[in-house]
Design a protein around this ligand. Structure first.
Ligand code: SF4
Ligand SMILES: [Zn+2]
Ligand SMILES: [Zn+2]
Length: 460
């Protein structure tokens, strides 16, 4: 299979003396931990220049330029202009920051913090670079200033708010960056934020040399420990470390333009312990809520096919994984439109002892003009069918079926007949606003199949 995805420490202060003594060892430990990308964040004029220098001499290290609220007092326009020049002329300067408000320590007068913050927000817009925001005990004021400045591209670093504040930041378009404090036993609030936030909006950071995670708490932090945070996020989200690395590295690519995410198209792709197959981008339906109309990425995998793969190509993409629970025909498309290929691949995989599932829109009998279920008998262990509606009108509205009235009766008939041929049959519904999920459940039960709710805005 593919190489493990690099993990990115999106916020570190590597210019401090703390790292001078063991610089090479520190980088080696990071590499061994899989943390091969870093963003060194400037906090004042001097450290911003140091960050730029470090980035210039290390391939996968990037930098930012900014003034921390602690150091805002007395920063003049000439300094701001010189930092703007530095940011503009440094290709590896991926953001403006860290900037923001710190009303916890109040090391600079609040009026000064606000003045400098406002100037750098403005600068980020002028330079079209995202912002790295430091916010401590100033949630309302920080977000108000970001909104006022019209900034929608950035990250709340070392996120310290609750889930309600997290939602507001996400609505503003911001990412949330998760530090090692997510491992502290007392920090349930941050774990709740991680649980409630789509992982497509999270980044990972150390903020080193500060805030080392358990079991290094109280000692000097370093980039290698980003992996500990990634492991904790994986545990909270029910994902694997590789999933978290891939998705957060994609996120860092989108926000900062760091090119460490592998964006090549996937025919076979892993999420958790399942191997998914992406064999077509065609669907019968055109579901109003489908994420593919925004972008063709699922859990950090690019699924946009430039051609429909044949049998050999699919088998080559699968390889010989020995540590998966099941193979799932899924992707952003309706696999059963390619019924012959599904049967061929499923037969080959069955011989090797894999468990096979199909995720389907349940329109296959309508699309093929015959009952195809007997053809899946013995090849498929489980089928999961998107029901998504308790009645025909709702189905037509949500799923835009091309089969009119028969679209809904077709999916119901498909579900009713499926248990004769397939051992495990599940109808699913997405938690769309206004959808009567309970009515969907009752319908599924009346059709003699299991029922499962899928979270809206949670793909894969
Ligand atoms: S059937 Fe699935 S992939 Fe196709 S449009 Fe509907 S939700 Fe999207
Ligand atoms: Zn900070
Ligand atoms: Zn910092």
């Amino acid at each position: 299979m593919n190489r493990p995805t690099p993990i990115i420490d999106t916020h570190c202060h590597l210019y401090y003396d703390d790292f001078q003594q063991d610089w090479d060892d520190m980088l080696r430990r990071a590499e061994e931990a899989g943390v091969t990308g870093m963003v060194v964040v400037g906090a004042d004029a001097t450290s911003s220049r140091q960050a730029v220098e470090i980035a210039a001499s290390n391939t996968h290290i990037y930098c930012t330029v900014g003034i921390h609220p602690h150091d805002a007092d007395g920063v003049d326009e000439a300094t701001i202009a010189s930092l703007a020049e530095l940011a503009r002329n440094t290709p590896k300067c991926v953001a403006i920051g860290e900037i923001g408000l710190d009303f916890f320590r109040d090391r600079s007068p609040r009026s000064e913090q606000e003045r400098v913050f406002q100037r750098f927000l403005q600068l980020s817009r002028e330079l079209d670079k995202p912002v790295v925001i430091h916010d401590r005990d100033a949630h309302t004021e920080t977000l108000a200033m970001i909104r006022e400045a019209g900034v929608t591209n950035g990250v709340m670093h070392c996120f310290s708010g609750d889930t309600a504040f997290a939602r507001q930041c996400l609505e503003q378009g911001l990412y949330l960056s998760i530090p090692g404090t997510v491992t502290f036993p007392s920090n349930q609030q941050l774990r709740d934020v991680v649980a409630a936030t789509p992982i497509e909006r999270l980044l990972l950071e150390t903020d080193c040399p500060y805030l080392a995670p358990v079991p290094h708490r109280g000692k000097r932090n370093e980039p290698a420990y980003t992996r500990i945070t990634a492991e904790k996020v994986a545990e909270i989200k029910g994902l694997t470390l590789e999933d978290v690395a891939r998705i957060t590295t994609m996120n860092a690519g989108k926000l900062f333009g760091i090119p460490l995410w592998d964006s090549s198209t996937r025919i076979a792709y892993r999420i958790r312990n399942s191997l998914y197959l992406n064999i077509t981008n065609r669907c019968s339906n055109r579901c109003s809520f489908c994420a593919k109309f925004d972008e063709f990425t699922v859990k950090g995998h690019n699924l946009l096919l430039d051609h429909e793969p044949g049998f050999e190509e699919v088998m080559a993409a699968i390889g010989h994984p020995n540590d998966i629970d099941e193979v799932v025909f899924c992707g952003f498309g309706e696999s059963l439109l390619r019924l012959d290929l599904v049967k061929q691949v499923a037969a080959a995989l069955k011989q090797r002892g894999y468990r096979i599932r199909i995720n389907s829109d349940g329109q296959a009998n309508l699309a093929h003009g015959r009952n195809i279920l007997p053809e899946l008998q013995g090849l498929v262990d489980s089928i999961s069918v998107s029901l998504n509606a308790p009645d025909s009108a709702t189905y037509a509205r949500l799923c835009n079926t091309p089969f009119g009235e028969s679209g809904f009766t077709g999916v119901c008939d498909f579900l009713r007949q499926a248990p004769t041929y397939i051992a495990e049959v599940t109808a699913t519904a997405v938690t769309l606003p206004g959808l009567d999920v309970e009515a969907c459940r009752l319908l599924a039960i009346s059709l003699g199949v299991q029922f499962r709710v899928r979270e809206y805005a949670e793909v894969g």
